[in-house]
Design a protein around this ligand. Structure first.
Ligand code: PLP
Length: 492
């Protein structure tokens, strides 16, 4: 059969010349460096109206390739005005999603290599670097030894904490079903007798219910366990009651998801007390520390992880507070064989001698998709460039700024401090004022453009959240936030 590429009537596919790639590559890095240097000049939150970005784009793709300069120019014209600037030093919303220069450069290398690390054999460095980096990270956080690759466990990078929870749920269901995987999610998905059940606190992340639904347990199989009214941490006695009630009703408890640093207020579930309950009932314990896990890099904050030796799996997001750009979730299991057994499917086209020898890890069996990016590169660049000291300094800066802000709130009788620390989040309410007044205050503060805060509800009341964690955030930015809040309260 004729090879089309050798047919003189078939135009060759265009390639960007190496010198052009260098030139435009430098231009893109310059553009990012300029963006970071000037990000503070933008309003933190995009003011784009719905449809504004789409309306600035042509309805159809170009038939002829365009000049690269034209593409770059449209970043400023179309994209930037439609951005909320997560790297802005006044970004205090949600949780941080910080990145850094080493992370971006590591990701650039990953993009350039374009390798697909689904199997060890498809790029050994992609797997082995990831294993080593995850072991390094386990050391830095002082995680239990059973999560290291030289034990029965090991770590893997997932795209997000939500995926980590899903994978933990699938492994837990596999274990609870005695490996009878096909029974899960069919006749047993109603929360009725014989069905599997999943436990988290009323403060657990929405990804836990989503995982239960995807895994076939269904929302009716999810139990939201009561929390302590002051700390908002899961009550181990309430967990025990829920487990016993389900067992008595013939249901099959599969997994408990405890949280270190809940999304709403950074409450810390008492893992050291929850762990023994899980062990007694033979239930998988997954610990979700999506945001707060980064804090364990500081020895003085490791008490927040007490009891982790009870966990079957654990995750945190370096893409939140550890200077590694989205997406990067670090997920560890204590029993990698059980995880692999739950997720492996081996088609003929992936068979290879080294997998069959059992001498290597194939990370495709540790996640939902088959394919995987070389994400370990950006984490490797970050860990090496900052070193443990640099990373600790970053976390401590966020904690210190948040503590300063909490002091201002505490000292002002127009506000009630709801929760503060030990991480970088402060939650507070406008004292004795209706929710609408607090909502208006938040709108007013954010409309200024120099800061962005978001909100939650605690005990039914509208509560403001200020989360510090950006690498460019200094005391003056937190002070600006406080000034704006204080002025808005005076005007309320
Ligand atoms: N779990 C907790 C406690 C979180 O706070 C979050 C997000 O803020 C998540 C899970 C979801 O994280 P991801 O976006 O990595 O899925």
């Amino acid at each position: 059969m004729a090879d089309d590429t050798e047919n003189p009537t078939t135009p060759a596919a265009p390639q960007m010349a190496a010198d052009d790639f260098r030139r435009y590559g430098h231009a893109v890095v310059d553009w990012i460096a300029d963006y970071w240097q000037t990000v503070e000049q933008h309003p933190v939150q995009s003011t784009a109206a719905p449809g504004a970005v789409a309306g600035a784009l042509p309805a159809a793709p170009p038939e002829q390739g365009e000049q690269f300069d034209a593409i770059l120019a449209d970043l400023d014209r179309v994209v930037v005005p439609g951005l909320t600037h997560w790297q802005h030093p006044g970004f205090f919303g949600y949780f941080p999603a910080n990145t850094s220069a080493p992370s971006v450069l590591g990701d650039l290398v990953s993009a350039g290599l374009g390798v697909q690390g689904m199997l060890w054999a498809t790029s050994p460095a992609c797997t082995e670097l990831e294993t080593v980096v995850m072991d390094w990270l386990a050391q830095l956080l002082d995680l239990p030894k059973r999560f290291r690759s030289d034990s029965a466990g090991g770590g893997v990078i997932q795209d997000s904490a939500s995926s980590a929870t899903l994978v933990a749920t699938l492994a837990a269901l596999h274990r609870a079903s005695g490996g009878d995987w096909r029974a899960v999610g069919t006749a047993t998905s109603t929360g009725a007798a014989g069905g599997y059940t999943v436990y988290t606190s009323t403060q657990g992340h929405s990804s836990i219910e989503k995982a239960a639904r995807i895994a076939g347990v269904g929302a009716r199989g999810v139990r939201l366990v009561d929390v302590d009214p002051v700390t908002l941490a899961m009550r181990p006695d309430a967990l025990r009651t829920a487990l016993a009630a389900d067992l008595a009703a013939g249901r099959r408890p599969a997994i408990v998801v405890a949280t270190i640093g809940t999304t709403s207020t950074t409450a810390i579930d008492p893992v050291a007390e929850i762990g023994p309950v899980c062990a007694e009932y033979g239930v998988w314990l997954h610990v979700d520390a999506a945001y707060a896990g980064a804090a364990a890099i500081c020895p003085e904050l490791r008490w927040t992880h007490a009891g982790l030796e009870w966990a079957n799996s654990y995750c945190f997001d370096p893409h939140k507070w550890l200077l590694t750009g989205f997406d990067c979730d670090a997920f560890w299991v204590a029993d990698r064989a059980g995880l692999v057994e739950a997720l492996t499917v081996m088609p003929e086209y992936l068979r290879n001698a080294v997998t069959e020898s059992g001498a290597v890890l194939d990370y495709r069996d540790w996640q939902v998709p088959l394919g995987r990016r070389f994400r370990a590169l950006k984490l490797w660049f970050v860990l090496r460039w900052y070193g443990a000291e640099g990373l600790r300094a970053h976390v401590r800066a966020g904690v210190t700024h948040a503590a300063w802000f909490a002091d201002q709130v505490r000292a002002d009788d127009r506000f009630d401090l709801v929760t503060a620390g030990p991480f970088g989040l402060v939650c507070f309410q406008l004292r004795d004022r209706p929710d609408e007044v607090a909502e208006a205050l938040l709108r007013r503060v954010n409309a200024d453009g120099r800061v962005l805060l978001t909100h939650t509800r605690v005990a039914g009341r509208f509560t403001l959240r200020l989360a510090v964690g950006g690498p460019r955030t200094e005391r003056r930015h937190v002070a600006t936030a406080w000034q704006l809040i204080s002025d808005a309260a005076a005007a309320s």
